[in-house]
Ligand binder design. Structure first.
Ligand code: FE2
Ligand code: FE2
Length: 321
């Protein structure tokens, strides 16, 4: 077990923290004092923390320029309060932690279910589609991208930023989508579930993930276009290749384009048919409920969580029963 999980750190100058953390990003910047400082976001399975190593010596500068996202490093430091947030002031970096010297699950967040089982569930649902066009289209993406789907997260930070998070997100949306079709019987189940299966599929090319599900950055295409527009393009191309009906292709492209709903979240248009409207709600519910669950994971019963940025900076309460 790690001695100092990030969620348990409290500002306390007297406490010397020595532990291994995952580098999420690292940046050497000029300080006002003419010296260079190393800024890093460090992470473990419990969360992330901003950290800084002040006033680097020439030797440190040379050594720390090699620190990259995805590395696990051993650090010694103290936790301080900086504008209401915890910050780790690093006194020393003891180098890269050797693989095998730490428990993988302590450092890397991972979906709670096995990737293969989630993949089988999703592909099983696709195989139940009565619509042969939608089945063929979805299978072509899921079978062609199986290797990356096994570890890809659904985000760089926030919801489902974890190993196999994309499959977990799609699986739970499919489960909810099936129930939604029982209540709102006018929905076309195959179309809704196809929209679920494909709505975030271009995250595979938007995020540059390593095999631990850690995303140091977006791809150039991801930065320029984003997965909604990339989805429109990929679905369009694949539909032509497979000879898919034009209307079905257009509806799925529209679902990709509109699933974030608001222009400020990347959707230039709002949904114009029922399955697209429902897709957005399924997406939002799963993202929010993920963040709620995640915030309370390391909160003790009867206490409040840290502020959650994605939930309007609310602190959530963990019930005692
Ligand atoms: Fe999305
Ligand atoms: Fe999504």
């Amino acid at each position: 077990m790690k001695p100092y999980f990030i969620k348990d750190l409290k500002p306390d100058d007297a406490q010397r923290i020595e532990d291994r953390y995952l580098v999420r990003n690292a940046d050497i910047r000029d300080g006002n004092n003419g010296k260079k400082h190393l800024y890093m976001t460090l992470g473990d399975a419990s969360g992330d923390i901003q950290s800084v190593k002040w006033s680097l010596t020439p030797d440190e500068l040379k050594a720390y320029a090699k620190i990259e996202p995805g590395m696990v490093i051993s650090v010694v430091g103290r936790c301080k309060d900086y504008k209401g947030q915890n910050q780790l002031i690093i006194d020393a970096i003891k180098g890269r932690a050797q693989e095998g010297s730490y428990d993988r699950s302590d450092l890397f967040k991972a979906a709670p279910e096995e990737p293969q089982a989630m993949y089988d569930y999703i592909v099983g649902k696709i195989n139940e589609f009565k619509d042969e066009d939608l089945k063929k289209l979805c299978l072509s993406f899921y079978e062609g991208e199986k290797d990356r789907l096994m570890y890809y997260p659904a985000a760089m930070s926030n919801h489902h930023a974890e190993y196999a998070g994309l499959l977990y997100h799609v699986k739970r949306m499919m489960m909810m989508g099936e129930l939604a079709c029982q209540v709102y019987t006018y929905l076309d189940k195959d179309l809704l579930l196809a929209g679920v299966a494909l709505h975030d599929i271009e995250k595979l090319d938007e995020l540059a993930s390593d095999e631990n599900g850690v995303v140091p950055e977006y791809t150039l295409k991801g930065k320029m276009l984003g997965h909604l527009v990339m989805g429109v393009e990929a679905i369009g191309e694949r539909c032509i290749e497979l000879g898919i009906d034009e209307e079905k292709c257009l509806l799925l492209q529209h679902m990709s384009l509109t699933h974030h709903y608001e222009p400020e979240f990347g959707s230039p248009k709002k949904p114009l048919f029922p399955e697209a409207e429902m897709l957005h709600y399924l997406d939002m519910v799963d993202a929010k409920m993920f963040d709620v669950e995640d915030a309370l994971r390391f909160t003790k019963p009867g206490e409040f969580s840290e502020r959650v940025y994605t939930l309007d900076n609310r602190k959530l309460y963990k019930r005692t029963f």
